[in-house]
Structure formats: C-alpha cells, structure tokens
Ligand binder design. Structure first.
Ligand code: TRP
Length: 446
C-alpha cells in the first residue's frame, strides 16, 4: 500500500510537519479566548503544566505507535495489538480518533474561513482608522451572513482536501519550511510593539500572576483539553504522521522542540492580544471573537499597519491550513485503509465535513438558539466537547496502548531515546499522565 511507503524526506521535515500540525488556530485564536474565559494566569499555568505532564508524553506515545505500525492509525493499532497477543479491537481507537478530528475540522474550517474574510478586508484597508468597537460591529455583521461564511468555509476546505488528496508529505514540506519562521518573526514584532503600549503592563500582570484559589474543575478541564488540542494530540492524527517518520530520529527531542515552539507562539499571540484588550478596556472573556476584534487594532498604529495585518492573516491562514491537513489525515487514512483510493477518500471526507460545518455556520444566524445538548448550540458544542472530552479520552487510551499493551522492545525501538530516556518516558506515562488525565476527566464529570 502506497501510504506505508511515504516518508518525510528528513528529520527536519518531520519536525516541521508536526509543528505545522500543532501551530494553528489553537495558538492564536483558541488560546487567547479560552484563557480570557478562564481567568487568565491560573489557566495559563495549568495549561503549561498539562503540556509538560500529559501533552508531551502522550504525544510521544502517539507518534511512537504510528512509527511502530507504519500503517493508517486503525490498522497500526489492530496489527500491533494482535502481534502483542492483545485484542484487535484496539483498532476502534483509530476510528474514535477519526470521529474526533471530524468534529474538530467541521468548526476549524469555518473559523479559518473567518480569517479569509479578515485577510481580504485587511488587504482592502477596511480596518484603517477603526477602533475595537467598529471592528466588532463589522465582525458581527459578517457572522450574521451565512452565505459569505459558507463561501469561505467551502474555499478553505477545498484548499485542505486538495493537498490531502495529493499526499501530505510532498505538499506539506515546502509550505512548512517557509511559513513557520515567518509567522514566528511577525509575532515577535507584534509582541515587541505591544510592549510600547499602555495595555502591556496589565496584560502581563493578568497573564502571569496566577491566583491559585481560582482553580475549579471547569478551569482544569479547559486547560487539559487545550493542552491536547494545541499539540494535536489525542485523535491519532500525529499517529498518522508518525507512520511516515524516518528511522534514526529521537522522538522525545523532536517532541520537546515542537512543544516549546507551540507554547511560545501562543504566549506571543496572547501578549499581543491582551495588550489591546487592556488598552481599549475590552472584556477578556469576550469569547471566540476575541482575536478578530483585537488584532486589527493591534496593528493599527504600526507604520504600514494594513500591510502587516494582511501579512499576519495570510500567515495565520497558512498555519491553519497545515493544521487542517493534519486534521483530515486520520479520516482519509482510515478510508484508504478500507480500500478507497486516496483522491476519492479525500472527496468523501471533504463533502461530509463541509455539510456538518454548515451547522457551525448557521450557529451564528438561523440556528443560534437551537441547542441540542447541554444548553449549547452546535458551534459551542463542537468547539467544547471534542477538545475537552474526546481528546483526553483518546489520549489516555493511546497512552495505555503505548505504555502497557505494546511489548517493551517495540516501544523502546520506536521511541529511539536510549534506555534511560525510555524508562523516564514510560514511567511518566504510566504513573503520571494516565492517572492525571483520568482524575481531571472524572472531576469534570462530577
Ligand atoms: N493543534 C492545532 C491547532 O492548535 C489543531 C489540530 C491539528 C489538532 N491537528 C489536530 C487538534 C489533531 C487535535 C487533534 O490549531
């Protein structure tokens, strides 16, 4: 089967691919608004702790399984389990992952469509001279227009599925090489500029002085979910990439590099966005619109602001593109594993995700008050339940599989980190990551 033969061309290419999956809307859009809704510093502290204790070890577990199996996630899990004398039913974990990314991609594509809209507005210079209230009013008008939103959602999903259909290793490598350094640089400039504004001091105080008495199960669940989401862990999507990982590359070293970069991008975005929030007296808990109303203002008083804003939204779009390609991969790999040709599999996934995405589009107009579960409309549901419940559940199962089910020789070889590194990893996963995930999940359910 051709997908098992595909390989990233180098170690660097693999790291870039995983970084491309990790860095996206999660860092620049989701992180600031979830932090805003969950009390600022206390959320940030928990989130960083969860990345270190759960996100990273489970990320290694997930990639390792793909690397050991060298097949689509479902097939890798089934094959490795059977070879270790365990039940083939482990393969259903791959299907659960595909379902999770399906839900996530359905809103991810819609929100990426918002970025397309903002890119075009920025190029047109529409934001010049507008304050946050005016940008917000324009944004609300856009949200109320399902046709424009559907158009952008369609465009974005088509862009994603085209690359996926062509095979991810080739398409992605080139894109990633250029994109990541540029995005990083622009965020540095933006955060540097924020340091010269009145909002900077209050933003730092709000982000970095945690009040531990504010820890609640809701904040814990949100922080854990975001740790998984931002690292792209828990849905077998990195497992799919691990299958293309070259031999002779230390997995922990690659994973730590990705996580550090991922957190830094989120922090830079957070500093830039919250400086505007505090300078303009906005509400940090504004919700999913936070990034969109603050960034145009953040760039406004830079020289050539409209140009930088356009460049920023362009880079953001490219970053979300590489993430959504990763989101689509487990589904396409699964269908391919069932015998569909890659192009056809991409078409089936694209059309289905597009249809379900329409429910998110309409959540801002005609379906705003249709609340099928927990008093949330479809957009609120898909942006909350898959990241905060499905990813941790999937992540815990992936961790159990890698640390308890796989024979030591197999996981040790696939981790490629020497005997000491292997022991450290397995002990952490067995006695910290898995129990902690379960405790937080259960505390949240109660
Ligand atoms: N990590 C990406 C972001 O922060 C989103 C993402 C990509 C993802 N692939 C994933 C989330 C797989 C969960 C699972 O934008």
């Amino acid at each position: 089967m051709n997908e098992t033969l595909e390989r990233w061309s180098s170690r660097r290419a693999f790291i870039l691919a995983v970084t491309g999956a990790a860095v996206g809307l999660g860092n620049i859009w989701r992180f600031p608004y979830i932090t805003g809704e969950n009390g600022g510093a206390v959320f940030l502290l928990l989130y960083v702790a969860f990345v270190a204790l759960l996100g990273l070890p489970v990320m290694m577990a997930e990639i390792l399984i793909g690397r050991a199996g060298r097949r689509s996630p479902m097939q890798s899990l089934g094959h490795l389990a059977a070879r270790a004398g365990h039940s083939r039913h482990w393969r259903w974990l791959g299907l659960f992952g595909a379902f999770t990314v399906f839900c996530i991609l359905s809103f991810y594509s819609v929100v990426s469509g918002w970025s397309i809209e903002f890119l075009i507005s920025a190029i047109n210079g529409d934001f010049v001279g507008q304050d946050a209230a005016q940008v917000g009013a324009g944004f609300d008008a856009f949200l109320a227009d399902p046709w424009r939103m559907t158009f952008n959602h369609t465009l974005f999903l088509a862009m994603t599925m085209l690359v996926v259909a062509a095979g991810v290793t080739k398409g992605l490598e080139r894109l990633n090489n250029l994109l990541m350094p540029l995005l990083y640089l622009l965020l540095l400039v933006l955060a540097g500029h924020a340091a010269t504004t009145d909002g900077f001091g209050p933003a730092l105080a709000w982000l970095f002085t945690p009040d531990l008495s504010a820890v609640t199960p809701t904040v814990l669940i949100a922080a854990m979910g975001h740790a998984f989401f931002t690292l792209a862990v828990g849905a077998c999507a990195l497992m799919a990439y691990g299958a293309y990982m070259p031999d002779h590359q230390s997995l922990p070293r690659a994973a730590v590099g990705v996580a550090v970069l991922d957190i830094t991008v989120a922090l830079l975005a957070g500093i830039a966005i919250f400086s505007v929030v505090f300078a303009q007296g906005l509400d940090p808990a504004e919700g999913p619109g936070l990034m969109f109303v603050t960034l145009p203002v953040a760039f406004a008083d830079l020289p050539f602001g409209a140009f930088w804003l356009s460049l920023f939204f362009l880079l953001l779009l490219l970053a979300t593109w590489t993430s959504s390609i990763n989101l689509a991969e487990p589904m396409v790999a699964t269908l391919q594993g069932w015998g569909l040709r890659r192009g056809r599999a991409a078409a089936v996934v694209g059309v289905t995700v597009w249809l379900v995405g329409l429910l998110s589009v309409l959540s801002f107009s005609s379906l705003a008050d249709v609340k099928p579960l927990f008093g949330m409309n479809v957009f609120a549901l898909v942006t909350t339940i898959p990241p905060e419940v499905f990813l941790p559940v999937g992540g815990a199962l992936i961790a159990v599989f890698a640390a308890w089910v796989l024979p030591e020789a197999v996981s040790r070889h696939a981790l490629d980190a020497g005997p000491v590194g292997f022991r450290m990893w397995r002990t952490t996963v067995r006695w910290v990551s898995i129990p902690l995930t379960l405790v937080v999940l259960i505390s949240g359910l109660i």
